[in-house]
Design a binder for this molecule. Structure first.
Ligand code: 4NP
Length: 145
């Protein structure tokens, strides 16, 4: 069984901390972390409106802090999950030779949502729509383990 899962987005202040927070509510026995492919927000807590929307559904994100994805994450985690294809490309660019850690799209676990990516709420401003997708994908991921 997969035991360590890393959720990755661009800034690590909206989608991937939401994914981590929702997933750990469902599966507290699984070790999780999240990271961003970009470095702009390193050290920051999740974005206020994202935290508020998650809190309203019972997911506390306040302890999370942004960090940047790095090549060592391929050996530190059993499964890496990106939120969109740009994330996946940025992740794959850092894959060490010979490493076979699976990298998946989060929406692969939420076929019912009809999307191939989790929209970035930093730009769409629709934090609840993101949480709908994240909650469905988190359930699908849990069921796949
Ligand atoms: P996230 O959203 O990737 O879901 O954390 C973003 C947050 C901030 C930025 C980009 C995406 N930014 O460029 O500052």
């Amino acid at each position: 069984m997969t035991t360590k899962i890393l959720f990755v987005c661009l800034g690590n202040i909206c989608r991937s901390p939401a994914a981590e927070g929702v997933f750990r509510s469902l599966a507290p026995e699984v070790e999780t972390d999240s990271a961003g492919t970009g470095s702009w927000h390193v050290g920051e807590p999740p974005y206020g409106p994202m935290q508020a929307a998650a809190q309203a559904r019972g997911h506390d994100l306040s302890d999370l802090r942004a960090r940047q994805f790095h090549t060592g994450d391929f050996s530190a985690f059993d499964l890496i999950i990106g939120m969109d294809d740009a994330n996946i490309e940025d992740i794959e660019r850092l894959r060490p030779a010979g490493n076979a850690t699976p990298v998946k799209r989060f929406t692969d676990y939420a076929p019912g949502c009809g999307l191939d990516h989790v929209p970035d709420p930093y730009y769409t401003r629709d934090f609840d729509a993101v949480l709908d997708i994240v909650e469905e994908a988190a359930k699908g991921l849990r069921a796949s383990l």
